[in-house]
Every structure is written in structure tokens, then in C-alpha cells.
Write a protein that binds this ligand. Structure first.
Ligand SMILES: [Zn+2]
Length: 209
């Protein structure tokens, strides 16, 4: 069977027997960038470049700005089960979900910007509580319009906070991640072509040389 999955185990009929044993092993953490998406296996380790702006994040300072994100994915068609019965959906979703973990860096500036988003989130939450109190105290429905606006605001802020690296698609044991900045993608791609460690995965016959 021919597989187009560069992360899957491959058998090359032309390779010498001793090389197939070594090279068919998938290296944990590898990734490739295809059409602005990061493709990788269950464990993806990205270079020390800010995921947002692409700036180099020094490896010494790295611990504070190195993040690990656990992601899980279910096929969108599974969502149709909610219409049938949500307990079945929950069970199936838990059984079929695909999990991956990605390690990335974020620069101090971009991290600070994210902290502001959390502040907006907290402020919106407080305003929702205040508006509900107003509505109850004065027995008027009008503050609920404000609540509606704040809830929409909360959803927007939350999606912005969570927009760093999401699974866009999964197929044949490859996770496709979106949500990395354009500058990151460009630089990460050049890191790939410089380091044989990252390009090894591209070898069609599965050889790491
Ligand atoms: Zn940055």
C-alpha cells in the first residue's frame, strides 16, 4: 500500500535491509510546513521563534516563553451526533478524538499582548455581572441588551486568546495546525531547509540521510 504520509512508517523495497530498520522510526517532534499549515505527528516541537511575530526567542530565556499546548480533534461529521443524542456524541467524541501536543515559543511582547486580552476578558465578565445586577435591582430588561453585547465580546476575546495553534484538519495520522503567524511560518520553513534534522522527514524513501 502506498501512503502519502511522510510520518507514517514506510517500507522501501529498494533500501538495504539494515537501513530500513533505523530509518522507518518516526522522530518525535518533527514537522513540515505545507500551504501555511504546520503538519506533524502526535508530538510537534517548533523552533525557538515567536509563534506570532517570528522573532527569535533566546533558548536561555526560553523556559518562561516556551509553551506546550495540548490539542484534540474530532471529525466535524461527528458533530452531527449532537442532533441525535448528545450523550452518544460525548461518548463517541471521547473515543475517536485525536490528540497531539505542540511545543512552541512566544516572545515577551506577544505574551504581554495576550495578557491584555485576559484583562479584557475579566472586565467583560465583571460588566456582565454588573448588568445582570442592574436588571434585577431595577426590574427592567434593558441592561440585558448590554449583557448580549458583552457575551459577544467575550466570545471574540476568547477566540483571539485561543487562536494560537489549532488543529485545522487531521488525516492519515498527520495533524494540520493553523494559527501561526506568517513571519513564523516563513522563518520556520528556512530553519527546516537549514537543518537536516527537520528535512529528514521529507525524504521519500524514508531515509534520514
Ligand atoms: Zn512575538
Amino acid at each position: 500500500m502506498v501512503s502519502d504520509n511522510p510520518f507514517a512508517e514506510q517500507i522501501n523495497p529498494f533500501a538495504s535491509p539494515e537501513s530500513t530498520v533505523q530509518t522507518r522510526k518516526e522522530k518525535s517532534g518533527e514537522y513540515v510546513i505545507v500551504a501555511k499549515r504546520i503538519h506533524g505527528g502526535k508530538v510537534i516541537t517548533l523552533p525557538y521563534l515567536c509563534i506570532r511575530c517570528g522573532e527569535k526567542v533566546s533558548e536561555e530565556k526560553g523556559i518562561a516563553y516556551r509553551m506546550e499546548k495540548k490539542l484534540s480533534w474530532i471529525h466535524p461529521a461527528t458533530l452531527l451526533l449532537i442532533l441525535v443524542a448528545w450523550p452518544i456524541f460525548l461518548l463517541v467524541a471521547l473515543l475517536v478524538r485525536k490528540k497531539c501536543s505542540v511545543t512552541y515559543s512566544i516572545c515577551p511582547e506577544c505574551k504581554a499582548r495576550r495578557r491584555w486580552l485576559w484583562l479584557y476578558f475579566a472586565l467583560l465578565l465583571v460588566s456582565v455581572a454588573c448588568l445582570i445586577m442592574l436588571a434585577i435591582t431595577f426590574e427592567t430588561p434593558w441592561p440585558m441588551l448590554g449583557v448580549l453585547g458583552a457575551v459577544i465580546g467575550l466570545a471574540v476575546v476568547l477566540s483571539k486568546i485561543n487562536s494560537v495553534l489549532l488543529i485545522a484538519w487531521y488525516s492519515k495520522e498527520i495533524f494540520q495546525l493553523k494559527g501561526a503567524g506568517p513571519a513564523f511560518l516563513e522563518r520556520a520553513q528556512s530553519v527546516q531547509s537549514q537543518e537536516p534534522y527537520y528535512t529528514a522527514v521529507l525524504a521519500e524513501d524514508g531515509r534520514t540521510a
